[in-house]
Design a binder for this molecule. Structure first.
Ligand SMILES: Cc1ncc(COP(=O)(O)O)c(C=O)c1O
Length: 350
């Protein structure tokens, strides 16, 4: 007999396929990361911190919350930092769950929501996204009951890149006042769509964001939650005092002082690389989901063959199944040069 809750022993781990990933060998188009190094200012800040012999001291966070609040245009008491947005997702789901509760998680989607909802033993209802109709708003609203504790609105969703209209988010928040509405804005810098300006008016709205994607800092793990002051105060009771590490704070302080490197990257990905890949797919009649993010979910005739052949050419992409058990490849976008290389390689395969 397990010493743990029986449903936890029976769960599977969330294990992203990290084996053999090497950014010096591979073009990494499999995790929606930034494909270029971060700015020299960030590297220098980290090296200076280490050389200043501060590693043996517990983290001191200074004004990082204020800086993030300024970046988001909200008040500092509406923000808390987390160990990646994964921790923000976990804290919200953990704090909002109750025995016998239900979670509405439109899918297919990012695995962490299911992982955390399963840890809390929530019953998961999964309305389906579709390529033609996008976000299943009506199905989400129809699924709301008095047991609903959580509704996940990934804006945009991963793996499909589908956005959710602001009015739809607010309509759902009003329709489920007793549920936590987790709006995951992990890819905000690509979409510029947010509801963080109305968190004080909607007490059940909780936004998660991250420095892992456009900012290029997934290795140091810094995310944040934006919500009403009361919600933030409650969630701060759940987070540990040192869950965020000091190197993350040093790196993000430098990143926020010098955000141009991020803006330039976003401009190239959305303005050059994305149209280039879409044109390639359109001219060959290869199906893909319309995306507002830095990744495109593509349905080749022989997806596994394409994936394996790309891998042999040192390009990694991510296989993801749709609701009809059809395998698609989620391809992250890099800069222009990397996209030309991807397209040349795909051309030789297809
Ligand atoms: C939709 C979505 N949310 C959250 C995350 C997790 O990001 P973080 O590195 O901040 O934990 C990811 C990472 O792929 C994601 O795609």
């Amino acid at each position: 007999m397990s010493i743990f809750k029986s449903h936890i022993s029976q769960m599977g781990a969330y294990k992203p396929p990290l084996e053999d990933r090497d950014n010096h060998q591979h073009l990494l188009l499999d995790f929606n990361e930034r494909t270029l190094p971060v700015s020299p200012a960030i590297k220098k800040a980290l090296i200076d911190f280490i050389n200043d012999d501060q590693l043996q001291v517990y983290p001191a966070y200074g004004d990082i919350t204020q800086k993030i609040a300024d970046y988001c245009g909200v008040k500092p008491d509406q923000v808390m930092t987390t160990n990646g947005s994964d921790q923000g997702i976990d804290l919200i789901i953990r704090s909002a769950s109750r025995e016998g509760g239900e979670a509405i998680i439109p899918g297919p989607t990012f695995a962490m929501y299911h992982q955390c909802a399963n840890i809390e033993n929530l019953n998961i209802i999964e309305p389906a996204y579709s390529r033609e109709n996008g976000f299943p708003k009506q199905a989400v609203i129809n699924a709301i009951t008095d047991k609903t504790r959580l509704i996940v609105l990934a804006n945009p969703n991963n793996p499909c890149g589908t956005p959710i209209a602001r009015d739809d988010i607010l309509e759902i928040a009003k329709a489920a006042p007793g549920a936590a509405i987790l709006v995951d804005e992990c890819y905000f810098e690509y979409t510029r769509q947010t509801v963080c300006d109305v968190v004080q008016q909607y007490p059940n709205l909780l936004v998660t964001r991250t420095f892992s994607k456009t900012w290029g800092l997934p290795s140091v793990r810094l995310g944040y939650i934006i919500s009403s002051k009361d919600n933030i105060n409650a969630l701060l009771n759940v987070r540990g005092p040192y869950d965020v590490n000091q190197l993350a704070v040093v790196a993000i302080n430098a990143a926020l002082t010098n955000p141009e490197y991020t803006q330039e990257y976003v401009k190239e990905v959305l303005g050059v690389s994305k149209p280039m890949l879409e044109e390639f797919l359109d001219t060959r009649n290869i199906e893909y989901w319309p995306s507002v993010a830095n990744y495109v979910w593509v349905f080749f005739d022989s997806p596994s063959l394409v994936e394996q052949t790309l891998k042999k050419a040192n390009i990694l992409v991510r296989p993801k199944m749709d609701h009809h058990s059809r395998l698609g490849l989620r391809i992250s976008l890099g800069n222009k040069q990397q996209t030309v290389h991807l397209i040349d390689t795909l051309t030789s395969i297809i």
